[in-house]
Design a binder for this molecule. Structure first.
Ligand code: ATP
Ligand code: MG
Length: 393
């Protein structure tokens, strides 16, 4: 809103702002700093991964008025790494700074009911679903939604706040266990595969797409993303980019956006959800693309031209969860064998500086590069073996 009073581009040497202190914020800081910017991060956690590397860490809650004021005074342009930042805070920041993505777009994404309705309105197919605000809504839900997944409308991530339900009775029970908060009930679809498209859109409408990644989830958490540089934009991938474009334009989106898709067994494409920020499935771009998704986010925040999304090579991204700190035989905690990982040619290790490894917690990732996908897969299987994580080469 106040964009008009800010003179873009914001040049290196100046400050950029980030709300949210997780690993996505940390990788944003690194990208911004390598372009010569200083970054102020607002996050309440004194040990936040982004706070640890930021030029300034404002330790305050996301809705703390003094904290927001400090951030806004310091930074002409501010972005986020986390869709659950209160939209009201983004609106407050927008009174004095440019906020990219805008509060109105983030508000749609942070509520699954609004998000589904919006996605449906763009004409891109979504899974059959019903909004569930009361037990009566479940009683009235079509039979075709069972078996299904009940997903909390707000604050879910990595499969948390979700329950697979095979019938109406289980759905009622799961709804009660989720505290009776608003949910979406979605039909459980027969997935052939999953893919995602990360894109960036500037304030002038310039839009760039990274090649879509093939994603594999385990226990509701992303485990592996794969990009074949040789066959990046064929068939369904091309369809996915077009759908992502329609979604970004529908939201008048400015920033980095990830669109997650399901490919069904009949080959059709369904949009699952969107993230108003860089995404775990786009981490491969840090080593396998000319400009990373974080560099694109810096460019959008600063009002600079977007970078090339061209692939430099094929890549397999393996997520590193806290689970691998626990010895499978004894359950005792120990450090993973990083030397063995780094001994594999093409392995690029990224750790997020989190000291407390817990099961299911995202601790880092490895991008394993190869001139061909076969080479990347074979190197990735060595890395996976060194870390004790499952991987089919
Ligand atoms: P994240 O934050 O990791 O994106 P999330 O908590 O927002 O996860 P979803 O993306 O909704 O959760 O679902 C996580 C995974 O569960 C999906 O990637 C997919 O593997 C599976 N899943 C979700 N919805 C469905 C569905 N309707 N049919 C089949 N599988 C599904
Ligand atoms: Mg998801």
């Amino acid at each position: 809103m106040s964009d008009a009073s800010i003179s873009f581009p914001i040049m290196p040497g100046d400050w950029l702002g980030m709300i949210g202190g997780g690993q996505l914020g940390r990788m944003y800081c690194h990208a911004a700093q390598s372009l010569g910017y200083k970054v102020a991060v607002l996050d309440p956690d004194p040990h936040s991964p982004a706070g640890a590397v930021a030029d300034m860490h404002i330790r305050a809650a996301y809705d703390d008025q003094d904290g927001l004021k400090t951030l806004s005074e310091r930074c002409k342009s501010i972005t986020t790494e986390f869709e659950n930042v209160p939209a009201q805070s983004l609106q407050t920041l927008a009174l004095a700074s440019s906020v990219r993505p805008a509060a109105q777009a983030v508000a749609v994404v942070q509520d699954r009911i609004r998000e589904k309705a919006f996605l449906q309105s763009t004409g891109v197919p979504v899974a059959p679903y019903a909004a569930v605000l009361t037990p009566d809504d479940l009683a009235a839900a079509p039979d075709a939604l069972f078996p299904g997944i009940l997903k909390a409308a707000r604050l879910g991530y990595d499969g948390k706040g979700q329950a697979r339900v095979s019938n109406r009775e289980q759905a009622q029970q799961a709804f009660a266990e989720l505290g009776g908060a608003a949910c979406v009930l979605e039909a459980l679809l027969p997935l052939a595969s999953e893919l995602s498209v990360v894109m960036a859109r500037g304030a002038d409408g310039q839009t760039v797409f990274f090649p879509s990644a093939q994603n594999e989830h385990r226990d509701g958490i992303l485990a592996v993303s794969v990009v074949d540089a040789q066959s990046a934009s064929q068939g369904v991938a091309d369809q996915a980019s077009k759908a992502a474009q329609a979604i970004a334009e529908g939201l008048q989106y400015v920033g980095v956006l990830c669109v997650e898709f399901f490919v069904l067994q009949d080959g059709s494409l369904i949009v699952n959800e969107i993230a108003p920020r860089p995404h775990n499935s786009g981490h491969y771009t840090m080593n396998a693309s000319i400009s990373s998704q974080f560099e694109q986010q810096v460019r959008v925040t600063a009002g600079l031209p977007l970078g090339s999304t061209e692939s430099l090579c094929s890549v397999v991204m393996l997520n590193i969860l806290g689970d691998i700190w626990f010895d499978p035989a004894t359950g005792a905690k120990r450090e993973p064998d990083w030397s063995a990982v780094l001994a594999v040619p093409g392995a690029k290790l990224h750790l997020y500086g989190k000291s407390d490894a817990r099961r299911g917690r995202k601790m880092g990732h490895v991008n394993v590069l190869g001139a061909t996908l076969a080479q990347a897969r074979s190197a990735a299987s060595q890395v996976a073996q060194a870390l004790g994580i499952p991987f089919q080469p």
